[in-house]
Each structure stands twice: as C-alpha cells, then as structure tokens.
Design a protein around this ligand. Sequence first.
Ligand code: ARG
Length: 484
Amino acid sequence: MLKKLCTLLLLLSMALLTGCGKEERPKLIMVTNAEFPPYEYIHHSEIDGIDPAIIRRIAEKLGYDLEIHNMNFDSVIAAVQTGKGDIAASGITVTEDRKKKVNFTLPYVISEQVIIVSKTSAITGKDDLKKLRIGVQHGTTGDTYVAANIREPERYANGALAVAALKAGKLDAVVIDREPGEVYVTRHSDLKLMNEPLTSEEYAFAINKRNQLLLKQVNEQLKAMKESGELSRIIQHYRATANAEAIKNQAVHNGFFSKFKESFQLNFIKNKRYMYLLEGFGITLYISFFAVIFGVIIGFMVAVIRATNIMTGKLKILDRLCRVYLTVIRGTPVVVQLLIIYFVIFGSVDIDKVLVAVIAFSINSGAYVAEIIRGGIMSIDRGQMEAGRSLGLSYNQTMWEVILPQALKNVLPALGNEFIVLLKETSIAGYIALQDLTKAGDIIRSQTYDAFMPLMAVALIYLAVVMLLSWMLNRLERRLKKNE
Ligand code: ARG
C-alpha cells in the first residue's frame, strides 16, 4: 500500500516537473501589466494592445518565440532587473530612478499625466486637489508625481479600480496617463478629463542592464519601424480600437447596475469571461492539490523526527533543523515566503510559476501539518509504545503500525482544517502573476468595473469547494470511527 502510494507520488511529481521547459527557437519573455488600455489589456483571454503588438513584431523579425507575462505594474521593472523577463513593455515612462535599474530603448510615444474627475465636480485644476482624495495606480509616475507635488494618494492595483472608486464616490480625482484616461472617460460618460496636464513623459521599453545585445537589436527594429511608418500605424490602430470598444461598452454600462441579468451577461458571458474563472479555478485546484500532498509528506517527516527526538533523544541535529524550519515558516507571512521564493531564491532561474507556488505552499503547509501530526503522536499514551516494544516490535515498527495510525485518526479534523486554510490561502498566487481563481475575479472586475458579481462568483466557488471538502472529510472520519 505504502509502496504504491510512493510510486504514485513520484509519478505525479514527475508529471509536474516535466510541464516546464522544452523550446526550439530562443524565447523572449515580455513582462507587462495588461490593465492599461490601449497600451495593454486582456481581450478574449489574450494580452493585446500597442505594446504587445510592437514587441510581437520585433520578436518576429528577430526570430524569437514571444511569451508574455502579466503582473502588477509595480513588479514589471523588477522582473526585468532580476531576469524574470527579458523586456518590459508596459507604457513605461523613462525616469532617472528607473534608469538606475534598467536600460531603456529609444522612446516610442510621448505622453503626460492627467486628472480625471466626475463631470459634476467643482475641481478646476491641481491646486484644488490638495485636500481631496486622489487615486493612482500603484508604482506609476502618476503615483510619484502626486505624492511629491500634491499629497499622499490612494494607491490602487490598476487604473480601472481607481476609476471605479471615483465613480463610487470614494475618490475625488484619479491621476493617470493621458490615453488610458481618455479611454476611461469615453467609457464612463459621467467622468471628464481636466485639460491641464501635470507632467510630460516619454514611454520606452526596459531591458536588463546586462543584455546589451537585446537593447541594440530592439533599438534597430524600433528605428526601422519608425521610419517605415509601421510604428505609428500600430499605435493608431489600437487607439481607434480602444476608443470604439469604449463607446460600445458605454451603452451596456448605463443600465447594468439595475438589472442582475444584464450584469451577469456582462461579467460572465460577454467575451467568454467565465473562461477566466474556469481557468483560474483549475490553477487554484492544481496548486492546492499538489501543495496538500507535498505538505503532508514534509509535515509527516518533520513530525516523526521531532516526536522521535522527544521520545528517545535521538536525531538531535535533524530535530534542530526541523525546529528552525518551523520557526521561520510559521513566523513569517505566506505572501512574503511566496515572493521570496519567486524573486529571490528562483530569482534568476526560468521556472514555471505554478511550480513556484506549489513549492511555496507545500513548504508553508508542511510546517503546520508537522505540528498537527506531532500533536497527534504525542497524544497517544506512552504505554502504547512500551506495549509494542515489549511485544517484540522494533521502535520503527511500533511507530508505524501502532502509534501513527491512531495519531492520524485523532488529528484528521485538524488536518482537514489545514487543507481548507491552504485552499483559500492560494488566493495570494496573484502576487506572482499567476491567474488563479481570485486573480480571475480581479481581471473581470478590471474589465467590467463591476465589483459585486465577480467577487460573489469567486467567493461562491471557494465556498462550494470547502463545503465539498468538509463533507468528504466528515465521511472519512465516520468511516474510521466504524472501523474502530
Ligand atoms: N507611464 C506610467 C509609468 O510608467 C504608467 C504606466 C502604467 N502601465 C501599465 N501597464 N499599467 O509609471
């Protein structure tokens, strides 16, 4: 039985590991934050917009296989700096601070920061904003400008969320780049742009300082595209598309709060948005499933080592190591662990993000499982061990055949609880740009500006899985009771 289980686990982990890798042409990884129309946005589950179109063209000409990774804007430059991505294309403004971290290509667009307010607002310019609530996208030049020149802003994960907050009356103004600002104002007829711009900026692509070759290649291509007019054709095309989209969406918007059905249509059916939830759910389940398995394996080993040390005084060094592991893992937040594993430990390795999440959550869960199981072992009467030994069983035999089965049965409820916690905890996977269930809801939210439907849907899916899990655990518990 145990052997079979081990073989199965081995096969599963091999399947997991082979998922990443294999390629023919050299790969070019572009990183972006696809919440910035018309520069980058998600359309039919694909990342599209001015930046992806330009980079796609350049990659094609240079013979690269392009892969686009979507993440929070405040991670985009760091991703290039640490080698997670080769090129950042995300409507990035060239600034002196950023130049210290990455190299910039030739600029391809001129832009500026502008202010969006409600149409009925009395605000006439930036001087009126000193005492008001201003929203920005976290980590953008708008953020820096407002913080340095007006007041501390409220920072949102993307522009669409800031605009939603403005519409809901939670903000007085949003500071954002000109073109996304125009898209939002077109989409929402109750908003307007202030004329006076706050800054003047240039966008360029960012490349790792060590990759001089790529910088040279991209600059050559950019130059050629500028001269041939291709660059401005791409930009014009997406500006027009984004505008048309915005006008189309406007019609749907005006009435949708009133009607549940319409809202359901918009959030889940239109553009096949339910696919985000389905795919996200798959990733959430995948991560949770493997993390539970590896977490239990880790936890089991640690628990046995620690219990053995307590009962027999052996395995001193291993016990020390296990204690350090437990202290560190239980003493730091799982988000921080996830980020450390992704950006620091695997900082310069091209590794599948799902695998990173599985590793992070397994290590984290293992610590809790270890203490649960150790508690179970310690709760078994000492006499059991003595009885086993006096019957002629070895220590290991008694442990495996007498103590552990009883211990496991006792801790089943606590273990079940840990699995439930783990499933929900994977909702932070979005921090490393994985599109899990929670992130799927965020994506829909950023496209439809509706908070209610996507959040409810996500919550209901988690709830359903947890209920199913509890039910199964209950049944298992009852079964084991009967076998007693
Ligand atoms: N241009 C601004 C900056 O560089 C905002 C860019 C935001 N881009 C995005 N894809 N969200 O800070």
